[in-house]
Design a protein around this ligand. Structure first.
Ligand SMILES: NC(=O)CC(=O)C(=O)O
Length: 272
């Protein structure tokens, strides 16, 4: 199975419509050139993850212009396309940071509303509503679990995806350069603790003055970094071996030693 991650550099002077067409062309060109089965795009590449003021104006319904363009790109290229995420405007009003996955027929295979919103008491955390459901999709006898950016800091979400059968995680992001080391650390940590492939696709350039980390990365179930990008616009293409997930889990069956999510009983506190 071959996957290509397209790390897009969001140029804020580029009109959203022309960025959509440019990205659709990239999906077609990369998949034809590299023979990819799966193409992955980053988080909020239509707006930039840090352009908070534009979320409300640029938000679209689930089946809006980005959905249409990416569904068409997937079917024209004949690939599975994780189209990154969009600012989704739900018909009932709230905005969500929603990832979309299309099959090679251009059909929606999964939609994931980001559960952990970044910003504490500002930015995404106040402008968007939290998703509440895990999402997966399945191709080539392999289950992919979905997560987005800040979700990487919450291992319990990924354990939930493992319990739902995930063998590979796809994580689109718009991670800032100042926390690059956290990004690389979490990508490897999630791969090692859950014995999965992690495909983490970030953005390059800068959004609203926030330099982006880039450094999209693919990590195997043993924690080895198979490919890592720089900080500009770049494509990473890697071959994934789904058999390596089961082989790693058999050779080093740590997941079988889980305490089924229960903390050990607490001993009585000592001292004054
Ligand atoms: N931008 C995010 O969603 C997450 C982030 O920046 C982090 O450090 O975590």
């Amino acid at each position: 199975m071959r996957a290509s991650l397209i790390q897009i550099a969001v140029d804020e002077d580029e009109a959203v419509n022309s960025r959509r067409s440019r990205v659709a062309s990239l999906v077609r060109e990369v998949s034809a050139r590299d023979g990819s089965d799966l193409v992955v795009l980053p988080e909020l590449w239509t707006t930039g993850a840090f352009a908070y003021e534009s979320f409300a104006d640029e938000a679209e319904p689930l089946e809006g212009p980005t959905y249409e363009a990416m569904s068409k790109a997937a079917s024209e290229a004949g690939v599975w396309l994780h189209a990154g995420s969009i600012p989704e405007r739900d018909p009932d009003g709230p905005l969500y940071n929603t990832s979309l996955v299309f099959s090679p027929a251009g059909e929606l295979a999964a939609a994931y509303r980001k559960i952990h919103r970044f910003g504490f008491d500002k930015g995404e955390a106040v402008m968007m509503a939290a998703g509440s459901e895990l999402a997966t999709f399945r191709t080539q006898d392999t289950t992919f679990g979905l997560a987005t950016c800040y979700d990487l800091r919450f291992p319990e979400l990924f354990r939930g995806l493992v319990d739902a059968g995930a063998e590979m995680f796809v994580v689109p992001a718009g991670w800032p350069a100042r926390r690059l080391e956290h990004w690389l650390l979490f990508a490897r940590a999630r791969a090692v603790e859950d014995q999965v492939y992690v495909l983490a696709c970030g953005t390059g350039g800068a959004h609203a003055g926030v330099p982006q980390a880039g450094h999209s990365v693919v990590v195997d179930p043993w924690g080895e970094v198979l490919a890592e990008a720089g900080d500009g616009e770049e494509v990473l293409t890697v071959d994934l071996d789904p058999g390596k997930v089961s082989a790693t889990r058999e050779q080093f069956p740590a997941l079988k030693d889980r305490l089924l999510g229960q903390a050990p009983p607490q001993r009585g506190a000592r001292g004054a």
